[in-house]
Design a protein around this ligand. Sequence first.
Ligand code: NAP
Length: 295
Amino acid sequence: MTSVIIDGKSVSQEIKSEVKLLTEKLKSEKGVTPGLAFILVGNDPASEVYVKNKSKACESLGYYSVTEKMPESVSEKDVLQKVDQFNRDERVHGILVQMPLPKHIDDCKVIQQIDPAKDVDALHPFNIGLYTETKSWGEIVDKRLLLPCTPYGMMVLLEKYGIDVSGKRAVVVGRSNLGGKPTAALLLSKNATVTIAHSRTKDLAGVCREADILVAVIGKPRFITREFIKPGAAVLDVGINRTEEGLVGDVDFEAAKEIAGWITPVPGGVGAMTISMLMKNTYLAATRTTNEKTS
Ligand code: NAP
């Protein structure tokens, strides 16, 4: 069997084009330009690239964007004040604090300082509560909830490729707040029977082999090998690992593609969706403000 390679790049482009049209409509009909503020602390080269790419995406969609660069030595108080300033700024509908923050700054405190309505990374406990308390994916979509960008992107990929989720067995390997946990919550909202596996899981390969949908959010290059995969399963690889051979995922792609039904490559799979979903969230946040103003 050779699997269908899920093309995250082209789906991501599709989402951006859709959001661009919606944005033009929002601007012409309501006079609102979506705005996104970035807070970048320190000089981590990877974080700088991430923020640059995100602000380029803002530019290509005609968003207002502003980047606040703060030195590594900045105090937690100053970061919290900057968040507050963006909370009050009417041009800004979304605030993104690029992680990781330096060790002397409590990232939970910073996330909780963001106005939940502007929390376009959907990391604030209020937003986590909103999407986990809903009973279905339909309700999530109807309520236009903010969702964490990478897991949201995965749900879109599953939809675009017609991969049935309801009633299927899903295994998510990894339980981070950014990756595994929200992915499991969204799969559950789509009626999958979900298992979250982690470093203490016994017989991990056996657990994974039960999955119709297998998600790897681990951070270990090519960790998921052929024997973890049920023939015909959909395999979503969130891992981004820098190796001497370049970027590789958590899945041994070459071996897995011979057995999976669908598989995401790295790069060009799940990771390609994240920025588009951030743009979508910012658009949603901007429309919500408009609705509040007009209601
Ligand atoms: P993380 O916080 O380090 O979490 C890794 C998870 O993997 C943990 O829950 C850990 O289990 C589990 N794990 C580690 N070794 C394992 C093993 N041998 N067997 C089973 N489970 C194991 O990492 P993260 O933030 O979730 O990120 C994971 C990967 O996804 C990274 O490569 C990251 O770059 C990538 N990522 C990509 C995007 C994107 O595409 N935009 C977004 C987010 C993350 P324990 O909890 O038991 O330690």
